[in-house]
Write a protein that binds this ligand. Structure first.
Ligand code: PLP
Length: 398
């Protein structure tokens, strides 16, 4: 027994917060932490943003839930706004990223089914991917540590090395339905698919009649300085999953698709009780009010550059700790030479929060509206943390 009534699935830090405001989190005794993890890219507008609070509280006093048996005006509105801001024509709302991916996978398979090609169910995915923790999404992610002990692996996923276009081409067969990829792998360690590779995937999909499905759960909704990260490549997907930042902290996900790709998703073939409920829609619309404001995304890109330049200078100064700085916009990674947990702990001692990732990377995912001053403040704390790690590694005098 661990002494807790909770499942022991999370290795939690012994740290709790009572309140948040913008990019800051406060403990019960008033200690302030600069939050550059933002709930793992979720608190896209920081904590307790007044516009989001007003939207949620306002809706809470009117109507919480009615089910998808009825029209939900906030849902139609958010759907139209997401379609207008993206490649998509159609939207299905969910409560999480994994559910958005489930919908994306079902949409892709169903497309081929209604085209009379029932055999086309296989989906090509990439090593290092993370698509969620449902049975299908752990199969899509293909990571042994998440699959072990959970019985038969959901069939239909063929995994190839990340960014290896030759391997993708070889993996395409008569039963292939789609290619599923994160434009920037988050959990995998802020690994960005090259723009050339993204264009190549589009070309392969067009050539073989496959659907291009993007997991933009972490990279989407402004995180990289574009509404969706694929926009940097100039090519569009057929289907994309978003979540995290779209709810700004309220559980919300969405599967976006073109009209053509969504044509198999007819009445009754898919559903959800909670997805798209009025509370989530009120918050999602409020998030878009700000993220789609003129100049907001340009500002994310500019602040991302400011942070990346500062990190590059730190990397130059501490080559024995930092291997590489990578990422785009405000989705940045510090690849460490020493164990990332050591650097993360040193940052936490400087009251700066970040999130670990694969390949010994630390992710910096601040709120998208983080200020220039807060970025400078964070850089100062990261610098101090690097000094502390260096000092701890030096042999003691005498
Ligand atoms: C790229 C990506 N896809 C899917 C998911 C799963 O989202 P959720 O945890 O909301 O189910 C995550 C979560 O970290 C993610 O980063």
């Amino acid at each position: 027994m661990s002494g807790s009534a909770l499942y022991d699935t999370f290795a939690r830090l012994p740290l709790a917060f009572e309140r948040g405001e913008g990019s800051w989190l406060m403990t019960a005794n008033g200690t302030r932490y600069l939050d550059f993890a933002a709930g793992i890219a979720v608190n896209s507008l920081g904590h307790a943003h007044p516009h989001l609070v007003a939207a949620l509280v306002g809706q809470a006093g009117r109507l919480w839930h009615i089910s998808n048996l009825y029209e939900i005006p906030g849902q139609s509105r958010l759907g139209e706004r997401l379609a207008e801001a993206s490649f998509a024509d159609k939207v299905f709302f969910t409560n999480s990223g994994a559910e958005a991916l489930e919908c994306a996978i079902k949409t892709a398979r169903r497309y081929h089914f209604v085209n009379g090609e029932e055999n086309r169910v296989r989906i090509i995915t990439f090593e290092g991917a993370f698509h969620g923790r449902t049975l299908a999404t752990i199969a899509a992610g293909g990571q042994k540590k998440y699959l072990e002990g959970f019985g038969p692996v959901v069939e239909g996923f063929d995994q190839v090395p990340f960014g290896d276009m030759e391997a993708v081409e070889k993996a395409i067969g008569p039963d292939t339905a789609a290619i599923l990829v994160e434009p920037v792998q988050g959990e995998g360690g802020i690994r960005r698919l090259s723009l050339t590779a993204m264009r190549k995937l589009r070309e392969l999909c067009d050539r073989h009649g496959l659907l291009l499905v993007l997991d933009e759960v972490q990279s989407g909704v402004g995180r990289t300085g574009k509404f969706l990260a694929h926009e940097w490549s100039g090519v569009n997907p057929d289907i994309a999953a978003v979540a995290k930042g779209i709810g700004g902290g309220f559980p919300l996900g969405a599967c976006l698709a073109t009209e053509e790709a969504a044509k198999g998703m007819t009445p009754g073939v898919h559903g959800t009780t909670f997805g798209g409920n009025p509370l989530a829609m009120a918050v999602g619309n409020a998030v878009l009010d700000i993220i789609l404001e003129e100049g907001f995304l340009e500002d994310v890109a500019r602040r991302g550059l400011l942070l990346k330049q500062g990190l590059a200078a730190i990397a130059d100064e501490f080559p024995e700790i930092v291997e590489e700085i990578r990422g785009e916009g405000l989705m940045l990674g510090i690849r460490c030479k020493v164990p990332n947990a050591v650097v993360q702990k040193a940052m936490r001692e400087e009251k700066l929060l970040c999130a670990p990732a694969g390949e010994n990377v630390l992710r910096l995912l601040p709120p998208l509206n983080v200020s220039d001053e807060e970025i400078q403040d964070a850089l100062g704390r990261i610098h101090a943390a690097m000094q502390a790690v260096t000092a701890a590694a030096e042999p003691a005098d005498g």
